[in-house]
Structure formats: C-alpha cells, structure tokens
Design a protein around this ligand. Sequence first.
Ligand SMILES: O=C(O)CCC(=O)C(=O)O
Ligand SMILES: [Fe+2]
Length: 198
Amino acid sequence: MNSDILVSNYLQIDDFLTREDKKRLLNYVFAEEAEFVPTSTSTDETNYRRSSVLYSFPDFAELMSDRIYSSLSTIFNKLELPTFESSHIEAQLTAHNEGNYYKVHNDNGSSGTATRELTYVYYFYREPKSFLGGELVIYDSKIENGYYTNAESFKTIEPRNNSIVFFQSRYMHEVLPVNCPSRSFQDSRFTINGWIHR
Ligand SMILES: O=C(O)CCC(=O)C(=O)O
Ligand SMILES: [Fe+2]
C-alpha cells in the first residue's frame, strides 16, 4: 500500500558561515529592521504565511550564493541528484517572530517559480536562543492523478543556528509556529533562504 510513497531527502550542513560572517550578518539585520516588510504568497491567501522579509541585502546575498556554488557538487552528491548548471540563485531574508508561521506549500508551483529546483534555508539567530518552535517540516510525496501531493509521513528539522538545509523545491513543507515571548525583533528566527534555479 505504501509502495507509492516517495521519501523526501534533505541535507543539513552545520557551521555554514564563519563565526565572523555570521556575526556581521546578525548586526546587519538588526540595523536593517525598518526595511523589513510583511510577507505575502503568490496565491495571496490570507493566514497562510506570517513573517517579515527583507528583499535587498546585496553583500550577504552574494556571500550566500558564492558559498552555495562552491558546495554545489557536494549538495547534489549527498542528495543523490543529477547535477545541473544553475542559471542563478535567488535569495530573501526572513524574520519569524511571535506567532509567525508558513503553512504547507511547495516553492515551484506557479509559472513564475517553475525553474526553482532546490530550496535552501540558512538559519541564524542571536544567542542565547530566545524562541521556541519554528521547525521546518518536510513531507514525503505521493503521486495522485499525475500530480505530486504530500503523503502523511514527514521529517522535522531543527532550525539550528548557522546551519543550512537543502531540499527539492517541489517537496511540500511548512514552518511550524514560532513562540518568541519577548517579541523583540532581535530575538527572531532569521533565515536567508531561496532557490537554486536550473
Ligand atoms: O524558514 C523556513 O524554514 C522555510 C521557509 C520557506 O519554506 C519559504 O520561504 O519558502
Ligand atoms: Fe518554502
């Protein structure tokens, strides 16, 4: 009965940036607080996603894509995926504070997002950690009427400080609600996340 379940694979790499870079990034984000805007989704559904996003952070977007490009063959290898030449890497910077979440979705379901092949999520936050929750849940898949949908089974990933996660953008996934009692922006669950396009 379970033979049609496609098990999802992910890769989590710890200590992705140097301590110095991670510290610079955190200070940069604190200084840019006023530039963050509420998130929306491509379908514009309300109550689907709640968080804040920063769209322009050129230096760190470049640092992140450099680091990703240099790890690309390892990433393909570990995920047991055929390599491809990536046309570009997209990046956004998010903050999840008290009560924020992102319900089940995939990242390449619309015409504007169809070339997203791999999703990456780099996690960072101030220590000591001042939020709970915010785990990333990645669902296994099954094919129903020729379309991928999520199976009941899933994996739960801890958003560890200075780690990065890679997985296929077609996988269904979600961000569980964040509990951040101080509600202070500086205590948020931060990410630089985005997509490796084919
Ligand atoms: O923050 C995360 O763990 C994942 C974010 C996500 O799924 C997205 O931005 O598409
Ligand atoms: Fe996503």
